[in-house]
Design a protein around this ligand. Sequence first.
Ligand code: ADP
Ligand code: MG
Length: 292
Amino acid sequence: AIMPTLLAGIANGARQGILFKDGAQLELLGQVKAIAFDKTGTLTTGQLQVSQVIPSPGQTAAQVLQVAASLEAYSEHPIGAAIVGAADSALLPVDNPQAVAGRGITGQVAGLPTRVGRIDLTQGDRISYGPELDAAREQLESQGQTVVWVLQQEQVLGLIAVADEVRSQSQAMVQRMRSLGIQQTVLLTGDNPRTADSVAQAVGIDRVYAQLLPEDKVKVIKQLQQQYDQVAMVGDGINDAPALAQATVGIAMGGTGSDVALETADIVLMANRLDRLEAAIQIGRRSQRIVK
Ligand code: ADP
Ligand code: MG
């Protein structure tokens, strides 16, 4: 049976846009000492926009976008939506599109084997490209942008840079976590280290783990649990669901969060209000004091 004080906490949460699915997690949230955050869609808005297209010599930006968008039309990733939104020529026919979790998407575009995503989207092959592409990539990544490779038949057609915005509430929220006595804040992302560091610095996160696959996020949560016992994870994506399940308390971003994240989480921050995390922790702590 749920204690009346927990019910009061749940009701209080509901009034403030915080959905607590059960009382046990509400209490545990009050004891959390470390919090892990996903990057895209959690600390950032997740409203991605194509900011730049860098074609390889002999290609045009429009061609690069057309090939990438044709394949990304089959993706559910926000990067895919950004690329499809930016392309203005008609899409090419695609066969056998396959999303590769945490890496990108592959398929045949107009009969040619094509990959859009991380350079290591498929392992074990060598792709050569000019130093100017690499320099452009590094520069864009250090500005916090995500750079996507467009590869066709082992050739680099070009790069597409996708920009995301740090949520206006993120920095203040991370500071509040420190004031609340949270000992460690951590960023977990599938994105590259340079982009991850840039976001972590902007919001004041303590530690960064980048280039993680969904199962790697779970491993980091387990490590944190050994050190801090009660660990919360805040995320929004399909790729966050296993880590949300592993965390002592899983917290999903309502509004833009994927269905799987919302189902898996113990707590949902409604209407995408990341700043509600502070109120959630305080409600958790208050419920605890009364119960004991
Ligand atoms: P995050 O943890 O930041 O939400 P993901 O795990 O979803 O990121 O993806 C990790 C990386 O894989 C992305 O930064 C991107 O480089 C690449 N990626 C994943 N899906 C796609 C896609 N559909 N198109 C292009 N790149 C992708
Ligand atoms: Mg995300």
